[in-house]
Design a binder for this molecule. Structure first.
Ligand code: ATP
Length: 283
């Protein structure tokens, strides 16, 4: 038995760090939406009770450290499943980029195993289970557009953004989310207006959405990696309506409504940065 599942990346329309928790994590408020840049996950039932992972990547381990493996192990133990699974991962989402690639894979494995073994578990229950795997995984289980609060586990679904194009540019560096969070100084932090973003989504107001994009972590990552501000400047210069770093970076994205303009920005960014993508929002 085989099954395929799409694992789409996310971008942050906002990322606000609110406070430090007793468990060492931070309380956050993040408005996120999925984009049409996805890994492909294939799942095959094995008779033997084990988990096999196969993927070709220099940056991602293909053993029990892989988030997709952890998701399968959690799913099997939580629901008492004794069959095994082979997971083939075809990565398209850049790694350590702020696009939630590992979380997307883990979420796709949870959704896929639910189908593979016909358990009919509700999405909300899967998302609750996903909390143990990482703070972006509950959002990725739902997909679409949502605001995530708490550590990222409290999900409230939101309307999709108005249709637009997304140009993504990733500088040739990987950023560790943990390193960036360690540098957070709450008294000095910029706080985006997430409620204005949420209003803009309900009002389907692209201009309001564009003016209010914001990320508490952008200044921290930019201070370590000036490439982030350079890319932001270039995208704005080239005519993007709004530009923001996603997650803890370093990927920067620009939103554009007209396809021709998006194509123009994509072409000029390619002369400036090695990894550039032109995709649509699917949230
Ligand atoms: P986030 O914004 O959620 O931190 P990210 O996009 O910055 O995500 P990922 O691409 O998810 O970062 O990778 C972060 C780390 O997770 C890397 O060190 C990578 O080796 C590890 N990892 C484990 N499993 C996976 C997976 N299936 N895909 C990508 N990375 C994985």
């Amino acid at each position: 038995m085989a099954l395929f599942e799409k694992a789409p990346a996310k971008i942050n329309l906002s990322l606000d760090v609110l406070s430090k928790r007793n468990d060492g994590y931070h309380n956050v408020e993040m408005v996120m939406t999925t984009i049409d840049l996805a890994d492909r996950i294939e799942l095959y039932t094995l008779k033997e009770n084990r988990i096999e992972i196969s993927l070709e990547s220099r940056y991602v381990p293909s053993d029990e450290r892989n988030l997709a493996y952890k998701a399968a192990a959690l799913f099997k133990s939580h629901y008492g499943i004794r069959s095994g699974v082979r997971i083939n991962i075809y990565k398209s989402i850049p790694v350590s980029a702020g696009l939630g690639g590992g979380s997307a894979d883990a979420a796709a494995v949870l959704r896929g195993l639910n189908r593979l073994w016909s358990l009919n578990i509700r999405t909300r229950e899967l998302a609750d289970l996903a909390d143990a795997l990482g703070s972006d995984v509950p959002f990725c289980v739902h997909g679409g557009t949502a605001v995530a609060r708490g550590r990222g586990e409290r999900i409230e679904k939101l309307p999709s953004p108005p249709p637009c194009w997304v140009v993504l540019a990733k500088p040739d560096i990987g950023v560790s989310t943990r390193t960036i969070f360690q540098r957070v100084r709450l008294d000095k932090l910029y706080h985006p207006d997430s409620s204005a973003i949420i209003e803009a989504l309900y009002e389907r107001d692209f201009a309001k959405l564009s003016t209010n994009l914001g990320n508490s972590l952008e200044a921290i990552t930019s201070a370590l990696h000036p490439e982030v501000s350079h890319i932001k400047g270039k995208m704005l210069q080239n005519g993007a309506s709004a530009v923001l770093m996603s997650g803890s970076g370093p990927t920067v994205y620009g939103l554009v409504q007209q396809e021709s303009k998006a194509q123009r920005i994509y072409n000029s960014m390619r002369g400036f940065c090695e990894e550039v993508y032109l995709v649509r929002l699917i949230g």
